[in-house]
Design a protein around this ligand. Sequence first.
Ligand code: PLP
Length: 248
Amino acid sequence: MILSGLDPSGGAGVQADIQSVTSLGCHPLPVLTCLTVQDTRNVYVAEPIDADLIRRQLECLAGDTPIHAIKTGALGNADVVDVLVEFVRKRPHIPLIVDPVIKAAGGGDLADSDLINAMLTRLFPLAEMITPNGVELELLTGEPDPQKAAAKLQLAGCGDVLATGGHGTGETIINVLYRRDAEPQRWHIERIGGEYHGTGCTLASSIAAGRACGLSQRAAIAQAQNYVHRAILQALKVGEGQPVPDRG
Ligand code: PLP
């Protein structure tokens, strides 16, 4: 099950999620949380979907279809977070992978302070894993050092934190999984270079797909990283802005 926003440029949001999850052999249940005005350069408007309608969609699906993982991206507003929290609390066995979307790569806002606060205090403690990049970690905690930022989040009850290094500049991307009950785990990945639209969405939804298929957390992350790497190698220049990973 995917809760995310619609990016009409097809680079990020629910289209990225549906393509990733489908490519990895799963059936997505997409629940839209917001509509955006957006191109491959930036997000200009984000309008949340009515939270009560989302509640009804979640309950309707859950009464019909087994759900093996939940992935969230842009959530629209704090009311949507509360609907999701109520849903997930009743289903603690389903792995919840949270991509804490706050801003588009172009700088446009996808979360206000109420939504950020709702994620921090109510959603993150229910997540198996959150997948922030360095920018999101700093926005969430005010802490520029990813390790300290992850520690701060976990002190407040957050699940495991996969701090992604794609926004850095070195030759190698280092992703680090800060686990609540074990030593951190690191992956070193060759950097292709450039900025792409929807890489965060692609990574988090492919991790969720791996978990839905029964992979361990570690195997799901490894598979997702390989998938994102391949999608970026074949990225498509569909507009004037950032190329879009080829998730086909
Ligand atoms: N979700 C939506 C609806 C978006 O519009 C965006 C970005 O523009 C994102 C998520 C985040 O995209 P990314 O994967 O580039 O972090």
